[in-house]
Design a protein. Sequence first.
Length: 252
Amino acid sequence: MGERLRGKVALVTGGASGIGFATGLRFAQEGASVVLADIDQAGATRAAARADGLEAAALDVTDEAAWEAAVDGIVARHGRLDVLVNSAGIAPFADIEACTTAEFHRVMAVNVDSVFFGCRYAVRAMKSRGGSIVNISSVSGLIGGHNTAAYNASKGAVRLLTKSVALHCARRRYGIRCNSIHPTFIETPMVESVLQQTRDPAGTREKLVASVPLGRMGTAREVADMILYLASDESQFVTGAEFVIDGGMTAS
């Protein structure tokens, strides 16, 4: 058992699988008490059973009232909230002509509204003692894709919302840091589901891998390790920053 998050309490959304679960597991390994929140409560419960220090909670991240209740519940049970990781998200393929209005609104609700709500209630819970908020954006929040109109829009919004939250908290001297993570293709159930939306999943996978200079997809554990740094006290002078983990994809 590590000590990097000893005594801290964390909330991780999208915690049933993928980057969310990998992050919660790393946090627990480093001494944190972690709430894995997910709309899939059964999945979150199964995930939480895999290690000590994890607990499950149902959370529809598009529901502001549910966010308020979730954060208040954590503070009531644990006495504090030190870390929030906004990891829940969806990533459909659709260009500007194919993306429906309903689909666009759904992507923005899950990927952007959730981060807005999470930051709002985390700041309220953390501002008396400080903390760390980590928002999962994407390389798609930095560069465009011809067939990811809604996803690009949502992840770009997360990038700049993060900076606004960071500057607000810094100006108010809350001691709350807020940073964004920008992964490329990571071996997760979400990426696999995106691949399955294509006509040739195997061929699409090969193309994605070929676009990464290091020649492979990343792992959820690699992203979780980056998030761990931002959650820990090692990053106390880091806020409003973008952390890219993309195998060199955005270097050229």
